[in-house]
Design a protein around this ligand. Structure first.
Ligand code: NAP
Length: 323
């Protein structure tokens, strides 16, 4: 007879492992699909986006900071201490049309589950330059999250740049103006798409400067960024700009393509839509947590909080089945 899992958690970032800690402590014997390691342009799983973060300084409880990979190793260790099990595969498709739910792994195996928590996260979009990814992975001053990394000592009183023209880019730029000597906003067009209020904040800032009609064609520097090569999108002129930090804010892509055709409701940007007061998706027994369902906050601590909620919601759902 095929085993039916109580709860399967898909994803192994802060949301997935927190859901696993709570589900394991509730004696639900959760199975976590941590995913298959992926490479360029974005490292996704196992461990999620924190695997690309050198120092995490804003997660409460770590007064001296902790590296992203160490933090994820600790989350995993804590979940395993309470009996969470893991498999190093991806879930490539799901059938939520009948219960138990059917999940197919990248090895072609089918796993049955009474409840599913989707915590597959999102990936920051990158420009796609080799040196950009090299310095992002090595902590060499290239990041996709100013709120996570911008306050690090290496960026204090230094010239920094943000790439992008949306709300995220301007919010990140505005945040960085508190620490940096100068913040350039490198944008490929001559107007921002961000809200007028965000734009005004940047225009009013004495140390923020938009660089219009520019794209980054290379990131310079051996172990740490020293600057970028730019190309003007109108004139084709090529220049360089000295920098000590580069923050890429050109959008995120939630990891939801494996949900195509399942009936799980997504918003226009492909994030999972949740019930406003819980982690319930539109399908009973399927829950979501973390960045895959959160286009707004996207922090490790908020993802972990959502993972906790999803495990509690799954526990209530499973106990309602046995009533
Ligand atoms: P976004 O609105 O999609 O903006 C992405 C920006 O990156 C655009 O300016 C785009 O340029 C640029 N871009 C895209 N691909 C690029 C590339 N390959 N090279 C260079 N530039 C590139 O993304 P977002 O700023 O992350 O915002 C996502 C959603 O969250 C939006 O709905 C936003 O309003 C919302 N948000 C709201 C807040 C807030 O309310 N406080 C904060 C953050 C985000 P183009 O303009 O030329 O397309």
């Amino acid at each position: 007879m095929t085993t039916v899992e109580n709860v399967v958690i898909i994803g192994s970032g802060p949301a997935g492992w927190t859901a696993a800690i709570y589900a394991a402590r509730a004696e639900l014997n959760p199975l976590v699909f941590v995913g298959v390691p992926k490479t360029s342009p974005s490292i996704v799983l196992p461990g999620g986006q924190l695997m690309l973060t050198t120092e995490v300084e804003n997660y409460p409880g770590f007064p001296d900071g902790i590296t992203g990979p160490d933090m994820m190793a600790n989350f995993q260790k804590q979940a395993e201490r309470f009996g969470a099990r893991k498999r190093g595969e991806d879930i490539v498709s799901c059938d939520f049309s009948e219960k138990p739910f059917k999940l197919e792994t990248n090895k072609g195996e089918t796993v049955l589950a009474n409840a599913v928590i989707i915590a597959t996260g999102a990936t920051a979009n990158w420009i796609g330059l080799e040196n950009e990814m090299r310095l992002a992975r090595s902590g060499g001053g290239v990041s996709a999250c100013a709120v996570c990394d911008g306050a690090l000592p290496a960026f204090r009183d230094q010239p920094l740049a943000v790439v992008g023209g949306g709300d995220s880019a301007l919010e990140e730029a505005s945040y960085l103006t508190k620490f940096a000597s100068k913040v350039y906003i490198i944008h490929r067009r001559d107007e921002f798409r961000a809200s007028k209020a965000m734009q005004q904040r940047i225009f009013d800032s004495p140390n923020a400067e938009p660089l219009w009609n520019k794209v980054v064609t290379d990131v310079l520097g051996d172990t740490s960024i020293t600057g970028v090569a730019l190309k003007d999108t109108v004139t084709g002129e090529e220049t360089t700009l000295d920098l000590r930090g580069l923050f890429v804010a050109i959008g995120h892509t939630p990891t939801t393509s494996f949900l195509d055709g399942t009936g799980i409701e997504l918003d226009e940007a492909k994030y999972i839509k949740l019930d406003t007061r819980s982690s319930n998706t539109n399908i009973d027994g399927v829950f979501a947590a973390g960045d895959v369902a959160d286009p707004h906050y996207r922090q490790a601590i908020s993802a972990a909080g959502m993972g906790c909620q999803a495990a509690i919601d799954a526990e209530h759902y499973l106990s309602s089945l046995s009533d």
